[in-house]
Design a protein around this ligand. Structure first.
Ligand code: AHG
Ligand code: MN
Ligand code: MN
Ligand code: MN
Length: 339
């Protein structure tokens, strides 16, 4: 007689169970996670056979960021936009790969409660060399009147108004990690049944760690305080929480996921030529800031809490520092007061 392992909860079972405590819940958020999970499974199929089908390489266009768009960027964007447009939960989206916000403006969508910002494929530069990549998303309850098309105000809410945020990582396994005010939980895709199954319940970021992630290639263009902190990381030894290891693979999803699980700090500082750095506030920094704070860590722009920044446009960038509480607090002693 085959025993059924019933303590493995699927994503759907888990999200519905979480909502049991909220009688007013309509199930739209559960449905939204199901939609996102479906798109992630479809992207995962293409990522896993990327060398065998015509999905690698450049799409031959440049996006609004000025980046060469990869075929998988477009594929992933269309998968996530498609499930959100045809679902019951989302009134509109913002995406790294689209010039402006998209208001779905159909009868079902106009009655939906949420808007979603997403980076359909993070770490695009790593696609062709088989290094982990991911998807990042952020969920807001709309502030505009339900029943009508959503508006720009729905999309330009500060990160402290997120109701959920998460990411998928297409790596040695495919994971779906998301946070709500109830905590951070990780699900691993079981290819045998095509379901995300709870594998990392109640994720907490260790208060400290010994990994620091930064692009050393820009070192001499960072501020003096950032350079001093990086030098301090390199001088750590057993007497003060070291020695530290430097890990930076060019996919923020993979770097931040590792630091979330093991402890560490990830930095994408501003530079003299690009004072706002590279990472985008709405669909890269805010979602990870929400997740890391729910897991006990911190995320700042070097001066303020990332989630307190009032956004002004879809693709705005911000310097980004995120990680274990103690490491972020030590970083502050080097950069506080900098211009
Ligand atoms: P995306 O692929 O969505 O454009 O984002 C890439 C980002 C982030 O994932 C990564 O940490 C960073 O770019 C790497 O930038 P550098 O190569 O400039 O270090
Ligand atoms: Mn990009
Ligand atoms: Mn990205
Ligand atoms: Mn991207």
């Amino acid at each position: 007689m085959m025993t059924i392992n019933r303590n493995i909860l699927t994503l759907d079972e888990f999200t519905i169970m979480q909502l049991r405590g909220f009688p007013a819940a309509t199930g739209e958020l559960s449905s939204l996670f199901r939609d996102l999970g479906l798109a992630a499974k479809r992207v995962n199929v293409e990522v896993n056979k990327a060398g065998l089908v015509d999905i690698l390489g450049d799409a031959g266009s440049v996006n609004v960021q000025g980046e060469d768009v990869k075929k998988l960027d477009i594929y992933a964007n269309n998968q996530f936009m498609g499930v959100l447009k045809h679902g019951i939960s989302c009134a509109g989206i913002g995406s790294e790969e689209l010039d402006d916000f998209v208001v779905f403006d159909d009868e079902v969508s106009n009655n939906s409660k949420y808007v979603v910002q997403f980076d359909p494929l993070d770490g695009s530069g790593n696609i062709d060399v088989n290094i982990s990549i991911g998807t990042i998303f952020s969920v807001y309850r709309r502030v505009s009147e339900v029943g009508k098309p959503c508006t720009k105000a729905d999309f330009l809410q500060a990160g402290n108004r997120q109701v959920a945020a998460g990411y998928m990582i297409y790596g040695s396994s495919t994971m779906f990690v998301y946070a709500t005010k109830l905590g951070v939980n990780g699900f691993t895709l079981d290819p045998a049944i095509g379901e995300f199954c709870l594998s990392h319940p109640n994720i907490k970021c260790p208060s400290s760690g010994n990994v620091y992630s930064v692009n050393h290639g820009h070192f001499f263009r960072y501020s003096e305080g950032v350079r001093n902190y990086i030098n301090a990381c390199q001088k750590k030894d057993k007497s003060n929480g070291g020695p530290y290891t430097q890990r930076y693979i060019g996919s923020m999803v993979a770097d931040v996921h590792r630091n979330l699980m093991k402890g560490g700090i990830f930095m994408y500082p501003g530079t003299v030529d690009k004072p706002l750095g590279k990472l985008r506030l709405l669909y890269e920094c805010n979602p990870f800031a929400y997740i890391i704070e729910m897991a006990g860590g911190r995320a700042t722009d070097g001066k303020q809490r990332i989630m307190d920044i009032q956004p002004t446009f879809l693709h705005q960038r911000t310097p980004f520092f995120i990680g274990s509480m103690d490491m972020m607090n030590e970083l502050d002693t080097y950069i506080t007061g900098e211009k």
